[in-house]
Design a protein around this ligand. Structure first.
Ligand code: NAD
Ligand code: DAU
Length: 351
């Protein structure tokens, strides 16, 4: 079936994998990638598909409500897969306003534009909102986040994502706008900006820089290979039930320090370094303010109802990821020049 799908944030980490999957798998769909290209947006992520006939890139800012109305009028989108966001917790601690503007107001602008353009004729329409497990807050040493877990966001980032989730559900309830929401755990893989734990540490090991571990390093995250998140989004988009929420996770919990030690061992092997060399770079530093202790997703709903499961083991995913960063030297060089150096020194050197 022919469809025109708006994917927002498609030049970012997860968005670029979603765009690639939809462009390649569904030649009948017209995919419009809307992205304002912040520091995290990078068209180099999509070089391999940029000339496909079913792909269009539009540079636009979701905080501009008028522009969103105009784009809906121009393209008559059948559905939206909304990923555009400010996504890094540390940046939200330093500057919450950008998160409130993009994640809350930007989502409201897209909802308003969809509502106006669709005008109550909802057949074949869908607003798919991509969210995070961080909206549920922090777990103790046991238990899991379920779709029914009450929201309890703890950082400006997670509060802004929670607000956007609430808006989507409110538009569903009030205006019957057809929607679906997914809340996913920590992603890793190729094309992730080196501010997040795994790519930051790969780059620092590669360049022999210290590895800044926050607090006692015993914080726990549930890691998922990014291509498996894109596969889940494909499945929920096509088979998910409207008005529902699905949690997505890797069934793969790691304490930060254990993950970092594994990364060091693997990188010593892959770089031909002496065993134990990279671990010497580990440095414990001041903790992140309000740091959530543990996230763990129960992903059994999407598994049982839609048949989704991760396809890549952590061992395979980590090897592919390290290999990608070691091979794509130029990509890393481009994203770590200029503003990145300023960010790095504010976050890790003068902090
Ligand atoms: P990212 O920071 O790599 O990419 C975000 C993209 O959004 C960038 O291309 C950026 O240019 C674009 N963008 C930002 N502000 C914009 C604006 N005002 N207008 C248009 N485009 C704008 O983020 P990511 O890690 O790929 O995350 C994508 C989505 O998935 C986010 O909504 C995030 O909350 C969610 N999520 C991320 C993770 C994760 O582990 N990274 C896990 C669960 C959910
Ligand atoms: O859970 C999903 C979320 O995962 C997404 O919604 C966010 O967009 C994404 O950024 C991620 O949030 P985290 O805060 O969990 O990811 P981050 O990579 O920043 O940190 C992972 C863990 O590593 C966390 O406990 C903090 C720690 N850490 C991180 C950095 C950058 C360090 O110890 N040192 C660091 O330098």
């Amino acid at each position: 079936m022919k469809k025109t799908i708006l994917i927002t944030g498609g030049a970012g980490f997860i968005g670029s994998h979603v765009v690639r999957l939809f462009v390649q798998k569904y030649p009948d769909y017209k995919i419009v990638n809307l992205d304002t290209l912040t520091y995290a947006g990078n068209l180099e992520n999509l070089k391999d598909i940029e000339n496909e006939t079913n792909y269009t890139f539009v540079k636009a800012d979701i905080t501009n409500g008028e522009e969103m109305y105009q784009l809906f009028e121009k393209y008559n989108f059948d559905s939206v897969i909304h990923l555009a966001a400010e996504s890094h917790v540390d940046r939200s601690i330093a500057d919450p306003n950008a998160f409130i503007q993009t994640n809350v107001m930007g989502t409201a602008n897209l909802l308003n534009a969809a509502r106006k353009n669709w005008d109550g004729k909802y057949d074949g329409k869908l607003f798919y909102h991509v969210s995070t497990d961080e909206v549920y807050g922090s777990l103790g040493s046991t238990g899991f986040f379920l779709e029914t877990t009450p929201y309890d966001p703890q950082s400006p980032y997670s509060a802004s994502k929670a607000a956007s989730d609430h808006l989507v559900r409110a538009y569903g309830n009030t205006y019957h706008l057809p929607f679906v929401i997914t809340n996913c755990s920590n992603n890793y893989g190729p094309n992730q900006f080196p501010e997040k734990l795994i790519p930051l540490f790969i780059n620092n090991i590669k360049t022999n820089k210290s590895l800044p571990v926050y607090g006692d390093g015993k914080y726990t995250r549930d890691w998922l290979y990014v291509v498996d998140h894109a596969r889940a989004i494909d499945m929920v988009y096509h088979k998910g039930k409207q008005g529902e929420t699905y949690n997505i996770g890797g069934f793969n919990e790691w304490q930060n320090i254990e993950l970092i030690k594994l990364l060091c061992i693997k990188m010593d092997e892959m770089l031909g370094r002496e065993a134990g060399e990279s671990e010497k770079l580990i440095t414990y530093i001041k903790d992140r303010p309000g740091h959530d202790r543990r996230y763990a997703i129960d992903a059994n709903k999407i598994k049982n109802e839609l048949g989704w499961e991760p396809s890549v083991t952590f061992e395979e995913g980590l090897t592919k990821t390290i290999d990608w960063y070691l091979t794509n030297d130029l990509w890393l060089k481009h994203v770590t020049s200029g503003d990145y150096q300023k960010y790095y020194s504010n976050q890790y050197i003068h902090n």
